[in-house]
Design a protein around this ligand. Structure first.
Ligand SMILES: C[S@@+](CC[C@H](N)C(=O)[O-])C[C@H]1O[C@@H](n2cnc3c(N)ncnc32)[C@H](O)[C@@H]1O
Length: 246
C-alpha cells in the first residue's frame, strides 16, 4: 500500500502525482464505487458541452486513466486527434492499456497542465475532469488552457462543486470526509489517499467562483451546470474570436 503524503506535501505537484501513482491501478474501480457510476454520465455531459465536430483536435488535461479522452475520440472521428495529458506516469500507464474505440487516434502525454508544450491555438477544445481541484496553480492552468485553444474553441471542466443548500453542503461534506474514504478502502484502495478528497475540495473554489475565474482568464459565454444536486459541476467557457464582443 502506498504511503500517502500529508496535506502540505500532497498539495505540491510532486505529492499529488505520487499520490495518483499510488492509486492508479484501483482508480477506476474506486471512482465507480464513490459516484455509483454517475461519473460516466457526467463525463458524457462534458463531451456534449464541448460541441465537438469530426476532425477536431482535443486536449484532455489531467486525463488520468483516460475516460474523457477516449470518449472524445469517438466523437472527433478518424480525422481528429485527441491528446490525454497527465503528470502521473502510472495513471497514464492504465490509460495506455485501454483499447481505443474506433475514432480519432489518442496519444498519452506526460506533462504538467500548468506548463503546456504546444504553441498557441493548437486545439479546438480543452477538457479537464476532476483535475483542476488537484492543480496547485489554478490560474496558470486556466491561462494555459486559454492559450492553447483556437479562438472560438471551448474549455470545459467537470469537478466537485458545492451545493447552494446548507443541508446538501453538509451531506456532501459528510460523504466526502467519512463515507468516500471507506468506500475507497472497500474497493481495495488506500483510505488515506481518499481522505485527501475533502481536503483538496476545501482549497478549490465553488462552481460560481470557478466560473468567475474563467471570465478573469478571458473566457466568454461562461456557463455553470450543477450535477448531482450541485455536489458536482460542469463549468465551461469559450475563447472569444478576435473582434467579437466577449
Ligand atoms: C482525480 S484524477 C482525474 C482523472 C480523470 N480526468 C477522470 O476524470 O477520471 C486527477 C488527475 O489529475 C492529475 N493532475 C493533477 N494535477 C496535475 C497537473 N498539474 N498536471 C497534469 N496532471 C495533473 C493527477 O495525476 C490525476 O491523474
Amino acid at each position: 500500500m502506498t504511503a500517502v503524503p500529508d496535506l502540505a506535501e500532497s498539495r505540491t505537484p510532486d505529492g499529488v502525482s505520487r499520490m495518483f501513482d499510488g492509486i492508479a491501478a484501483r482508480y477506476d474501480r474506486i471512482n465507480d464505487l464513490m459516484t455509483g457510476g454517475m461519473h460516466r454520465l457526467w463525463k458524457r455531459k462534458l463531451v456534449a458541452v464541448l460541441g465537438l465536430r469530426q476532425g477536431d483536435r482535443v486536449l484532455d488535461l489531467c486525463s488520468g486513466t483516460g475516460d474523457l479522452a477516449l470518449l472524445e475520440a469517438t466523437v472527433t472521428g478518424a480525422g481528429g486527434e485527441v491528446v490525454g495529458l497527465d503528470f502521473s506516469d502510472r495513471m497514464l500507464g492504465v490509460a495506455r492499456t485501454r483499447s481505443v474505440p474506433a475514432g480519432a487516434p489518442v496519444s498519452w502525454v506526460l506533462g504538467d497542465a500548468t506548463r503546456l508544450n504546444w504553441p498557441d491555438a493548437s486545439f479546438r477544445a480543452v477538457s479537464v475532469g476532476f483535475g483542476l481541484r488537484n492543480v496547485e496553480d489554478l490560474g496558470a492552468a486556466l491561462a494555459e488552457a486559454y492559450r492553447v485553444l483556437e479562438p472560438g474553441g471551448c474549455f470545459a471542466s467537470l469537478d466537485l462543486g458545492k451545493p447552494r443548500s446548507r443541508i446538501l453542503r453538509l451531506l456532501t461534506a459528510i460523504h466526502a470526509s467519512f463515507i468516500a474514504p471507506w468506500l475507497a478502502w472497500l474497493a481495495g484502495g488506500d483510505r488515506a489517499a481518499y481522505a485527501y478528497l475533502p481536503r483538496s475540495n476545501r482549497h478549490f473554489p465553488d462552481q460560481r467562483e470557478l466560473a468567475r475565474r474563467l471570465e478573469i482568464s478571458g473566457f466568454a459565454e461562461v456557463t455553470v451546470q450543477d450535477l448531482g444536486l450541485g455536489a458536482v459541476a460542469l463549468v465551461s467557457g469559450r475563447k472569444p474570436v478576435a473582434g467579437s464582443s466577449a
